[in-house]
Design a protein around this ligand. Sequence first.
Ligand code: MCA
Ligand code: AMP
Length: 511
Amino acid sequence: MSAGQPLKTSILHHRPDETGPYDPTARGLNTPPRVWANHFLHQADQTCLIDPSGRAMSWAELDAASRTIAGRFAGLGLRRGDRILISAQASFDLAVAHVASLRLGLVVVPTNVAYRAGEIAHVVHDARPRAAIVDDEERAGFISQTDASVILMNPEVEISDARASELDRVPSDAPALIGYTSGTTGRPKGAVLTHANLLASLEALRVAWRWSPEDRLVLALPLFHMHGLGVGLHGTLHAGGSAILLPKFEPRAIFDAIGAHQASLFFGVPTMYHRLVEDPRVSELATLRLCVSGSAALPAELHKRFEVITGQRIVERYGMTETAMLISNPVDAERRPGTVGVPLPGVKVRLHGQPSEIEVQGPNVFSGYWERPEANQQAFTEDLWFRTGDLGEVDEAGYLRIVGRAKELIISGGYNVYPREVEDALCLHPDVSEAAVVGAPSSEWGEQVEAYLVCSRKIELQETKGFLSQHLASYKSPRALYCVDELPRNALGKVQKHRLREGQVWPDNAN
Ligand code: MCA
Ligand code: AMP
């Protein structure tokens, strides 16, 4: 592009001819709990959830169990708008507690089960939950050390029964979830998603993926991030389908679940597809109606290899905590490897030139971070488009390709790692004076965390792992470590991370 030439702005819309009619209010039901209430009424005896032992829970049972738990929450004095932190492995109890929270109008703060004391303390300080559902004593301890007033419960919520006077009545503009994410910069901030935001995205997925009550999802994603919770669990409850809830991803359990329960859907991050394709039983996925990948880039070669072996053309899609789902390859038209597809119903995508930062608008897009006015100013353009921090370009068929990131983020196996957080933790080590953390390509993880350290003695990888385990979830720990004499810096003293990523040798590191 020559200087002075204006950048071409493109706006991509959803193409209605490729899906069915889209109504972000779900025919006036307005909130996810009211959609669920409709299913409780009309398909009471059908299966909603299945656990790893094959035990099934019907819609009527989910209604009754979540009503009981919502009553217990109300009995504790929890009221609409109160935050409830939920940090547990997938289980019936967790799903019931989550559904109960939203039916009562509580705001769920999903929290990774791998978090250590400092990471949990940050969320507790920031969101100020009144209660927490936790399935592990150590994590419960981290919460009470931060704020002793938080009411701690296990996922079974074993407390006295009481009655909730109002269920499923929360207004659509009320917050439903606060998802912690760093956005484009800084420490994790809470993205506040309203019931209307969630519903708009769920309805878009129902229409675009032809998600029906006959669908049965194998759900092995954790239920504390948008992918497993906001797409997998909520999507199932929205479509009136069913899901097999697995507490952990293991290829054998996926194949067994598909065979035993005639599953039709599987959603995963690229690392899961990488592991599945290596398994001798991978052709058992051929019976599924749809395989969807997201949270990180799915390599085009993996997409093609998967198709050759299973006959499945994976539907790759793109989303964020702040927006839920934005773009997806179509179910009924061409699915293009290496692209994330076309805007979902309701979503508008804007690019200023090719490639450029992807900006989005839609009823699914959050309206701001929890108590962070300054972050909101940066997150939105003046004309109120949300800046994703991802770089994209549109190909000749109108499909969007993610070509990079404007934000400092490493995505390893679908989990976000913020280099700054790992650098700060590494610098707490008495023998480390400076640290720079980058993402390096990895066939298994997509990107893996690597650290360059300026240290007073040679430090081994195992030692940093042990040290960091006091401070950070273990998936954030570097998988490779380089001790260097100094970090490459520009004239302003800023670390030149591209030189680290490209494996360049800088003058004082030539030994
Ligand atoms: C686990 N480990 C990892 C990762 N996961 N290391 C790097 N990156 C990872 N993603 C490490 C653990 O810290 C542990 O280390 C060791 O691997 C074994 O842990 P385990 O839990 O047994 O691992 P796993 O079961 O093999 O986990 C791999 C996984 C998991 C199943 C791919 O990472 C996963 O569930 N990823 C999905 C994350 C997700 O849901 N993302 C969606 C975010 P050690 O032994 O040292 O303790 S939502 C999002 O991104 C947006 C909205 C979107 O578009 O979806
Ligand atoms: P999170 O911050 O956990 O909400 O993760 C959102 C980020 O995941 C996006 O901003 C992208 O960088 C990334 N992401 C999600 N889906 C895809 C995809 N299909 N391809 C590439 N990156 C993706």
